[in-house]
Each structure stands twice: as C-alpha cells, then as structure tokens.
Design a protein around this ligand. Sequence first.
Ligand SMILES: Nc1ncnc2c1ncn2[C@@H]1O[C@H](COP(=O)(O)OP(=O)(O)O)[C@@H](O)[C@H]1O
Ligand SMILES: [Mg+2]
Ligand SMILES: [Zn+2]
Length: 511
Amino acid sequence: MYQALYRSFRPETFEGLLGQEHIVRILKNQIRSGTEGHAYLFCGTRGTGKTTVARVLAKGVNCKESQEKRPCGICENCKAIRDGIFLDVIEIDAASNNGVDNIRELRESIKYPPVVGRRKVYIIDEVHMLSAGAFNALLKTLEEPPEYVMFILATTEPQKLPATILSRCLKLDFHRIPEKQIREGMRIICDKLGVNISDGALGIIAANGDGSVRDSLSLLDQCIAGGGREVTRQDVLNVLGTSGEEVFIQLTDMMDQGRTSDAFLLLDRILSDGIEVRQFMKDWISHYRNLMIVKFIRRPEDILNVSEENTERIREQSQRMDMSSISSSIIELANTLSEAKWSTKPRILLELCIVKLSSQGDPAGIFNAPTEGKSVEAAEKEPEEKISEEISKKEESPKKNDKKVQGMDVEQIWRKVTEEGKSQKGTFNMLRKCGRLIKTEEGCFVLELDNETALRYAKDNAVFISQLLEKHAGSKLEMECRLAVKDKEEKTAEEIAGELGNSLNINIEVK
Ligand SMILES: Nc1ncnc2c1ncn2[C@@H]1O[C@H](COP(=O)(O)OP(=O)(O)O)[C@@H](O)[C@H]1O
Ligand SMILES: [Mg+2]
Ligand SMILES: [Zn+2]
C-alpha cells in the first residue's frame, strides 16, 4: 500500500528533525539529565513537528538505551512507540474525543502505573477542541499527576486554552521552518527516493508550504505521483494550479514600474498554464493585502500566514510602494473581480485592469501615450518648455509672492522636490513625469498634473509635497493642484474604457 511521504518520512529521533533547534536543545537537555517535566504544551502551525516531537519525547523517556543516547529510535520500546503499539504511550485526538467522559476515562487510566516503560505518556492533540467540562476535568489531573505520568498537549490555537491550563504546562512554540531548511530536507528525501528534482521546483515547493514541512511534503508527493522520476518547476506549478507568491511579486513590480507589456506576457504565460482568471485575481488581491498589512504591522508573520522568506519579500516590495497605490490597486482589482463574476470574458477585464494599474506607476504609459506624430522626447520636453515660459514670465513681471522665492528657480525647486520624493517613495516618480510646478501671473504656485491618476496621487500626498517644497524653497509656499489643460487628441481613461467597452460589448466603468 502506498504511504504518504509525510508519514513515511517522520523523523524517529531528534536527528532528522528540521528546524525547532530551540526546542530540541531544551528537550535533549532534560532527557540527558532526567529532568523531564510533567506537562508540556506544544504550540504552532500544522506540519511543523508537534506530533513528531511529542513521539520523540515519549521515546526519550521510555528508551532502553543509556541516558545520553536516548531516544535511540531502534530499541524495542522506541520501535513500539513508532508503530503506535506501545502500551504506555497513549495518543488522544481531542478533536474527536472532546467530552468530559473521555477525560474521565483518561483520569481512570492514569491511576495505573506504566506496564512496560518508565513513564506513561499522554499525547493530546488539538487540545483546544476540548469542551469546557473536559478542560476542568483535565485541569484536576494536571494539578497533581502521579510521578510516572507525562502530558504532552499540542495545539495550533493556544489562545483558545484557559489560562489555568497554560500556567501548568511548559509551553514550547514551534516555528515555521525556514525555506532553506525545507529545501535541504526535501532534497535528501528526493535523493533517497531516486527522484531528480530541480532547484527551481524545490524552491516553489518550499515557498508554497509556507513553513509547514507536512504541506511541502504533500506537494512533493503530488508532483512525484504525477511525473515520476523527474520533477521540474513547471510540474510543480501545474500541480499547484496557481502561481505562487513569486509571480505576484513580479507582476506587482511591473505595475509599479509601468511595464504593461511585460505584464501582458507574464499573464499570458500564467493563464496558458491553465490557471483560472478569477482565482488569479483573488490571489493577486491577497498579495496586495499582504503588502498593505506589512506597512502597518511590525511583526506581521502571524497575520500573513506566509513563510518568513515570503514575508521578507513582501516587506521589501511594500517599502518600495506607497499606501495610496496599494489601496487603489486593491480597489481596482476588487472592482474588476466583481465585474468578472458576471462576465464571459474575465481575462479581458483583467487585462484592462493591468493597463490601469500599470499606468498608475507610469502615467506616461498608455493613458497618456504621446499621440501619433509626436516623439516621446518631444512629449517629455514640453513640460520643461512650459516651465521656462513661466519662469521668463516671472522674470518679466515680478509679482507679490516673489519675495519669498526670489532668485530661485521654480523648475530647480521642483526638480529637487521630485528627486527627494522619489528616493523616499518609488511612485513619486509619477509626479516627476507628469507634474510640474508653475507660478501663475498672480504669483500663486500651481502643481499642474497631466492626468487624473497623477492628480489624485498629488492630492493624497499633498502634505508630503508641501513639506518637501518648504524644505527646498526655504519658505512655505501655498500650492494648488490642478489638471493640466489637455491636448485635443489626448484621451482620458474614461474615453479609452468607453471605446474598449463598445468594441468588446461590455460595460467598463473607470472608478
Ligand atoms: N520539523 C520537522 N522536521 C522534519 N519533518 C517534519 C517536521 N515537521 C513536520 N514534519 C513532517 O510532517 C509530518 C507531520 O508532522 P507533525 O509532527 O504531525 O506536525 P504537527 O503535529 O505539527 O501538525 C511528519 O510526519 C514529517 O514528515
Ligand atoms: Mg499533529
Ligand atoms: Zn530506544
């Protein structure tokens, strides 16, 4: 009969265990010195080794070897515990035995000393599932257990346990296993199985397990079952039917940098792998949500539910972006998703959404594409020409506000402002490309923006901009943001959406 990898590769002793060094150190010491406790609480995500370590500890206190070698994993007692037939190690799944009666039964059996081993070990899994009555019954036993009894409680949700239980146990927190260790561990397993697996494939498996060895092993299992002796990166992605954090990080970068065409190519690759468009949108929204969360929470690991490495990647990306672009992307994607639910052409909606998102990062992109006949340089030069015009006007007719910025070049100030802004917020680049500071004849300062997105961005960041302006102009400037007067040929997002909608026979609303 076929046995799942995560069953056949359960470490028998502390040796094969991945990670959890902090726990191994404590338990090894206790076993070596014979100072094991009476009650342990193992907390942590599923698949990080709680049950495994509970059994290793049970072996440790019942192994026939000398103290330093315990648990040996090969003596009679160790083997019996491994096979689940050792009379003095009792495993209880609290999820299915959660009543008072079950605990009463347990209390009855506690009265009898171990039959073969030195200690009677009760492993209670998913202990948070016990009923209130059962907790009370358990508490009494935990208060004064006989010398020969050891309790190992395990749970994924320690916050659901009564404080009275927590205070009677030695609490050990199981951490997610770092990807590197998971990769190494699985490489060893693949070698044993004679499976040739690429580094890329291992990387995706480890990243997707999100720190859970069991989940990573299950995924590896499926990849092997499907393909056989060779496992490639593509095999893993096929099995996953999803795209992995990596893809979203890439795609989001492309949005931020206005790389629309790269994004289309990537999307095409993803969708041709058979990934469902709506699922993809949901996953992408989750990625943006993660980017938002890391902005606010110093230790987001628990909320994100992703591995340490992925958290680090998300944090890095989040730092490069600012909140307004993250939030508008979430809204944009969520709108697209809700429309896509009723559409027969969800892919087109997603593509349109990509166009919108990437033009936030690069407003000089499609919504402001230089109209035919004009070169990119020409389009870029224009603003500067306007500024110098403004400046020469200023020089001709100095007005009331001039004193404050006398002798200073508005263009130069704006350049400094955008450079500093850009170094603090990547998306500030948008203002550099699409905004210019001008001085009206009345002597007021106006920040003129080329499009709605940039205008919204400027308004969202008004305080930040004023601070930078004050710094570089040397005094506070009253400034107003407004949309630049458009060329006739230029189209707005609404107009483009309208045309696109008409030709595709769908209703596209730009929000
Ligand atoms: N730290 C670990 N080192 C090596 N393998 C592990 C580890 N954690 C989990 N596993 C693998 O996952 C399987 C399930 O682990 P288990 O200990 O039952 O997890 P938990 O009880 O924390 O949910 C094990 O049989 C083993 O194959
Ligand atoms: Mg378990
Ligand atoms: Zn042994």
